[in-house]
Design a protein around this ligand. Structure first.
Ligand code: UDP
Length: 456
């Protein structure tokens, strides 16, 4: 593709084809493009990003044999292993060619920025002597909590006693042992431990980019910086710094949400979404349907067709609740989430607490109902509910009574209003960080400078 003469150096991005990982990588690409870098995205055959959404990028497909593969939480192991074993050779061949081409055209390759799961990139980068930078799509606290699990394992402290799960984890305030990224009361499968160990190892990377910000995690970032001797660049929210309107979704966004929201009063709607991977069982689905319907609060509910085994989920609901749901809310398969959260009609977000969803909610000042499922979601929920006090958690069994009560606490009660006020303060802080002199603004400038100096 044509490159604009304003672009100087080339940055190669290598994302993992999961929504919560792809989105921050593409957002970072848009930001770096706006700073004058030429952007190349080397991606899996699985769920390739849509080039029409990023005409300014060059896309290159790595043959990894994953075309048509189902990306789900059950397949994560296979996905990562397949990419790491199949992509090394094609990536190396491509990089050799690209480096020659880009040099000839006057856009030398500065570095490769890659998802922390994709260790094959480090091996290619080391072999070709190209600097590499790792991108972490989560909170900084998550990286430290994964390190901590590795430490517990090395000290033979897993299985960990159930009676101590509510104890604070030393040096990881506000996290408790139960908030760590994997249940520790039983043996942890070896492949999970390998993933943890691999993802906290930055290998030969010359820097770490984190999808977080100093105003959310000041002390954790200082600790992280002490542990990793390379520069750390916390920059967030990424979508507020780059091409905000560009969709990074794999699934088609149902824009009818916005027209529907236009008809609702301010702060009246609860948005419900579990992100791209979390699933619920049939009973939880039915209880959620009844809880939502009985709360009387208007809602948008994202029900991915793979949210539960099988499809056409609404068909499983009893007739009584189906009619109530239709009357009180909107069910969609995938929403334009950032636009939905930014709409003034939305007053609350019931979320699985994926980090992208969390930060998107914070930067629109929307308080949350937290129902974490796995990975970083419990620690994110802990920050939201305990540290920042901008969310409430539905714990234990999901039943219609507790759902209805939680929704009303958030959307109607004084408690929810206070959470909204605190969220609004957090939103202001995030916005301040994006202005000149603010932490994310300055960190982005430092990163830009750092990458420019990598080019020989
Ligand atoms: N998302 C969306 N529409 C939806 C549901 C989710 O655009 O209907 C986006 C959301 O804005 C976020 C991403 O999908 O950027 C989900 O990432 P997150 O880290 O929250 O969770 P994950 O999917 O990784 O569990």
């Amino acid at each position: 593709m044509e490159q604009s003469r304003t672009q100087k150096h080339t940055v190669v991005l290598v994302p993992l084809p999961l929504q919560g990982h792809m989105t921050p990588m593409l957002q970072l690409g848009s930001i770096l493009y706006s700073k004058g870098f030429s952007i190349v995205v080397a991606h899996s055959e699985l769920r390739p990003p849509n080039p029409l959404n990023h005409p300014e990028f060059i896309f290159h497909l790595l043959s990894d044999g994953l075309s048509g593969y189902q990306a789900s939480i059950d397949n994560l192991k296979h996905l990562v292993l397949a990419m790491n074993s199949n992509c090394r050779a094609p990536m190396q061949d491509y990089m050799v060619q690209l480096m020659e081409d880009q040099k000839l055209q006057g856009y030398p390759v500065s570095c490769i920025i890659y998802d922390s799961y994709l260790c094959f990139v480090d091996s290619v980068a080391t072999h070709l002597k190209i600097p590499s930078i790792v991108l972490r799509p989560n909170m900084a606290a998550y990286m430290l909590s994964r390190r901590y699990i590795c430490q517990l394992q090395a000290e033979n402290r897993i299985p960990f006693p159930e009676s101590r799960l509510l104890d604070p984890v030393p040096e990881l305030h506000p996290l408790r042992f139960k908030d760590l990224p994997y249940p520790i009361t039983n043996e942890i499968p070896e492949w999970i431990m390998d993933f943890f160990a691999s993802s906290v190892n930055i290998r030969s990377s010359v820097a770490i980019i984190l999808n977080t910000t100093d105003c959310l995690e000041h002390s954790t970032l200082s600790r992280l910086q002490q542990r990793y001797k390379v520069p750390c660049f916390p920059i967030a929210p990424l979508h507020k710094l780059g091409a905000a309107a560009t969709s990074t979704s794999f699934l088609e966004e149902d824009q009818s949400c916005i027209a529907w929201l236009e008809k609702q009063p301010p702060n009246s709607v609860l948005y419900v979404s579990l992100g791209s991977l979390a699933r619920v069982n049939e009973q939880e689905l039915t209880e959620t349907a009844w809880g939502l319907a009985n709360s009387g609060i208007p809602f948008i509910w994202v029900l991915r067709s793979d949210s539960k085994d099988g499809s056409q989920l609404e068909d499983h609901f009893p007739e009584g609740v189906k009619a109530l749901l239709r009357e009180r809310g909107l069910i969609v398969k995938w929403a334009p989430q950032k636009k939905v959260l930014a709409h003034s009609a939305v007053g609350g977000f019931w979320s699985h607490c994926g980090w992208n969803s969390t930060i998107e909610s914070i930067c629109e000042g929307v308080p949350m109902i937290c129902r974490p499922h796995f990975a970083d979601q419990s620690s994110n929920a802990r920050y939201l509910t305990y540290e920042w006090k901008v969310g409430l958690e539905i714990e234990n069994v999901l039943d219609r009574g507790s759902i209805e009560k939680s929704i009303r606490r958030l959307m109607v009660d004084a408690e929810g209003k206070e959470m909204r006020q605190r969220m609004s303060v957090m939103k202001d802080k995030l916005e301040a960080g994006l202005q000149k002199g603010g932490s994310s603004y300055e960190s982005l400038n430092d990163l830009t400078e750092f990458i420019s100096q990598l080019t020989s």
